[in-house]
Write a protein that binds this ligand. Structure first.
Ligand SMILES: Cc1cc2nc3c(=O)[nH]c(=O)nc-3n(C[C@H](O)[C@H](O)[C@H](O)COP(=O)(O)OP(=O)(O)OC[C@H]3O[C@@H](n4cnc5c(N)ncnc54)[C@H](O)[C@@H]3O)c2cc1C
Length: 384
């Protein structure tokens, strides 16, 4: 029996307790300050790494803990449950997305070089697909990486890149054959210290203020040919292969964030009084909470099913699109309903529910918008 199969529900819950204690000590007290500063400090990554919170489902020989996908999802969920959806996204990009691209597509040398440093937090990573002129339509990207001898010369720019400011290494998607459309895209593991690679300022967002989001610029960056990830021209195929994991991870964070918002709301309505009674005694409040709880549980069941199917390598691209579509829209509905029950206090920035409202909004946009998810699902239905 493999280690992964031997891990029981009790072990998962023990790990959850450990993660919660770590977050309560190291992250929760500092997060409000990071929100105010509009930034995530670089050394937070070392703290996460030292506590064994990064890249946990990588095998031990690459610096991970050799546990299964549920454990990495658990970390994202416990961060999101505290209302730190941006941080959950940052960790997901590093531990769940970039690490898995390298693990699944990279050669042995690339895995041995990058993965252990990512697990300790010595190296922070990002993935750069989106460009100012190409988001949903990734095949329209204009960045190029043209081969010259033993190097590729990278030119172009990327935007909205999570972990962009702190990143030491970025998976950059660029066209190695600009005339070949989607078949001309390749992926590169680009060291952020290479000459010609510059980072724009931290982008200000309406929510997820502690999230690190940046523009990246490449001007004649000489990328060694050994940094090509996988095969030339297969970048778009790799993106389609790896995006489902990102979508399930976002759905996991949506469910946990909604559960967190419901917990705060239950607490609040039991305390707050109007017309001589607790808000919780109004039928509207009770019915809204009942609806919200039902909405969360239905989505949670589907997310759990997708996590299991992902682990069994049975989850389809369409299922990943459905779970992302459903769970992120649920999160937006839930935080909106919960905020309403806080009345005017729900609109005050000092209340976590106010932050949860703005933080949730982007979940239906990144990693493929809801509209693109519907395209993926309907294409499967109609066979186009
Ligand atoms: C906070 C944040 C973090 C992000 N992190 C990253 C990151 O780490 N790496 C990265 O590469 N990118 C990242 N992104 C980019 C994100 O993935 C894109 O913003 C997203 O894919 C949408 O692309 P766009 O912004 O260009 O919108 P557009 O593609 O211009 O879309 C605009 C609107 O048109 C709709 N639309 C587009 N095409 C269709 C269609 N075929 N049918 C129907 N409607 C359509 C969209 O759904 C949307 O409503 C991030 C974005 C944000 C805001």
């Amino acid at each position: 029996m493999s280690l992964q199969n031997s891990l029981s529900h009790e072990e998962l819950e023990m790990f959850r307790d450990m993660a919660k204690k770590f977050l309560a000590k190291e992250i929760e007290p500092n997060h409000p300050q990071w929100e105010k500063q509009n930034f995530l400090p670089r050394d937070m990554w070392n703290t996460l790494g030292e506590a064994g919170m990064l890249c946990v489902d990588l095998p031990v020989e690459y610096g991970g803990s050799g546990v299964d996908f549920r454990f990495s999802q658990l970390i994202l969920a416990e961060i999101a449950r505290l209302g730190f959806v941006g941080l959950s996204g940052s960790v997901a990009i590093h531990s769940d997305i970039v690490a898995q691209y390298i693990f699944n597509i990279g050669n042995e040398q690339q895995k041995q070089f990058w993965l252990p440093q990512m697990a300790t937090g010595e190296v922070v990573t990002a993935i750069a697909m989106t460009e100012p002129g190409a988001g949903s339509d990734l095949q329209g990207m204009r960045s190029t990486a043209i081969k010259e001898g033993d190097e590729y010369i990278l030119n172009g720019s990327k935007t909205f890149i999570t972990n962009g400011v702190n990143a030491d290494m970025v998976i950059v998607c660029a066209k190695t054959d600009p005339k070949a459309g989607g078949k001309g895209i390749s992926l590169f593991l680009v060291d952020a210290n290479l000459p010609g690679f510059t980072k724009g300022k931290h982008l200000e967002k309406i929510g997820q203020h502690a999230g690190d989001t940046a523009e990246l610029f490449f001007e004649n960056v000489s990328v060694p040919a050994s940094s090509l990830l996988g095969e030339e021209g297969k970048g778009f195929k790799y993106l389609m292969q790896e995006l489902p994991r990102e979508r399930v991870s976002i759905a996991t964070s949506s469910v946990a964030a909604a559960e967190g918002a419901l917990d705060w709301t239950i607490e609040y309505v039991k305390e707050r009084k109007a017309f001589g009674q607790n808000i919780s005694q109004f039928q509207n409040t009770r019915f809204k909470l009942a609806e919200v709880k039902t909405d969360i549980e239905i989505n949670k069941a589907y997310v759990e099913k997708c996590v299991e199917k992902y682990m069994a390598k049975e989850m389809t691209v369409t299922e990943a699109a459905m779970v992302k579509l459903a769970a992120t829209q649920m999160q937006c509905r839930v935080v909106d309903e919960c905020l309403q029950l806080f009345g005017g206090y729900g609109y005050m920035a000092e209340y976590p529910i106010a932050r949860a409202y703005v933080d949730a909004r982007v979940q239906t946009i990144y990693a493929g918008t809801s509209e693109i998810m519907k395209e993926v699902i309907s294409r499967d239905l109609l066979g186009r």
